[in-house]
Write a protein that binds this ligand. Structure first.
Ligand code: ZN
Ligand code: ZN
Ligand code: ZN
Ligand code: ZN
Length: 311
């Protein structure tokens, strides 16, 4: 019994490791093959990536050369509209700078005719155009250039405070209006938060002096109320930090009420690109304005009711 049990004890460990070892060896072989395949794939992928990178570099080089060929020597811009005029030597001039068919080429002095370049037009239609505004890194297709320019946050717009002569980029506008603009209340009084769609602001009637621009924030959008004296008239206009298209989605009501009289005006706010923000909006005769003014604690003031709406 003792011998058999010894034998059994010897046999059991002999059998099990051998099966297990075999499996382990097979597994290791399989793993090695898989790893080898993976390495091969990695190497192929790196090769493909390198080829792609080289093609990208070639494409960028080609586009750069084509751009230089079609760049207008007069305004130094790559045209964003066809046709592009060309001299007999093939120099390109954009349609805005092309003076007349009797002119000479600004580069080679050859007589220009009314020849246009089909090749230049094809180049313009197929490259991505750089945005002309400083600080913008976007490149867009020719048919999207106009739309991009209209809404680019790097475009220059007049400060929404009607009396401020500064031009600011849209991306920096709020910073200027709230922290630096001496014609904006926000610099000293901060932005008026409009928590319900209606808001009433009391303005002190500073008689001869012009009232600074007031800044309002409603549902994350910024609005600027300008009040100006235009002769015997007082003009109230609301500018919104948005494009003309964006402004069409909003309506602002201005309401002034005083002794037995009131005036109301509802319209879309003016886009921040509007050149003469002081001239549009609600016009109130000074004689009517005098009726709006009330005396509170020795100070003449009037109230403007604002109502914001999304349409
Ligand atoms: Zn030009
Ligand atoms: Zn020429
Ligand atoms: Zn841009
Ligand atoms: Zn300003």
């Amino acid at each position: 019994m003792e011998t058999r049990s010894k034998k059994a004890r010897l046999q059991v460990p002999m059998e099990r490791p051998s099966t297990q070892d075999y499996r382990l060896v097979q597994e290791a072989k399989r793993r090695a093959v898989a790893e080898e395949k993976l390495e091969e794939k990695d190497a192929k992928l790196a090769e493909v990536e390198e080829r792609l990178e080289e093609q990208r570099r070639q494409y960028v080089r080609l586009v750069g050369r084509l751009e230089e060929r079609v760049r207008c020597p007069v305004c130094l811009e790559v045209p964003t509209t066809a046709p592009v005029y060309t001299c007999p030597q093939g120099h390109c001039i954009c349609s805005a700078c092309f003076p007349s068919i009797s002119s000479t080429c600004p580069l080679c002095r050859a007589d220009m005719a009314r020849s246009t370049s089909l090749l230049a037009a094809t180049v313009l239609e197929n490259i991505l155009h750089e945005c002309r505004f400083a600080g913008c890194r976007e490149r867009v297709a020719m048919e999207e250039v106009k739309e991009h320019r209209r809404a680019c946050v790097h475009r220059l717009v007049p400060c929404p405070a009607a009396r401020c002569p500064k031009q600011v980029t849209v991306i920096n506008l709020l910073n200027h209006a709230v922290h630096y603009c001496q014609f904006n209340f926000a610099r000293t009084l901060d932005v008026f938060e409009v928590l319900s769609p209606k808001m009433e602001t009391t303005f002190y009637d500073t008689l001869g002096e012009e009232t600074p621009t007031a800044t309002y924030r409603w549902r994350g959008n910024h609005f600027f109320l300008n009040q100006r004296k235009l002769g015997r008239l007082r003009s109230f206009s609301m500018v919104m930090l948005a494009t003309a298209e964006g402004c069409r989605g909003f309506r602002v009501t201005l309401h002034l009420a005083g002794a037995g009289t009131s005036v109301t005006h509802t319209d879309h706010p003016l886009a921040v690109d509007a050149r003469d923000a002081g001239a549009a909006g609600l016009l109130v005769a000074e004689a009517t304005m005098e009726k709006m003014v009330v005396q509170v604690g020795g100070l003449a003031n009037y109230r403007v009711m604002l109502k914001f709406a999304e349409v």
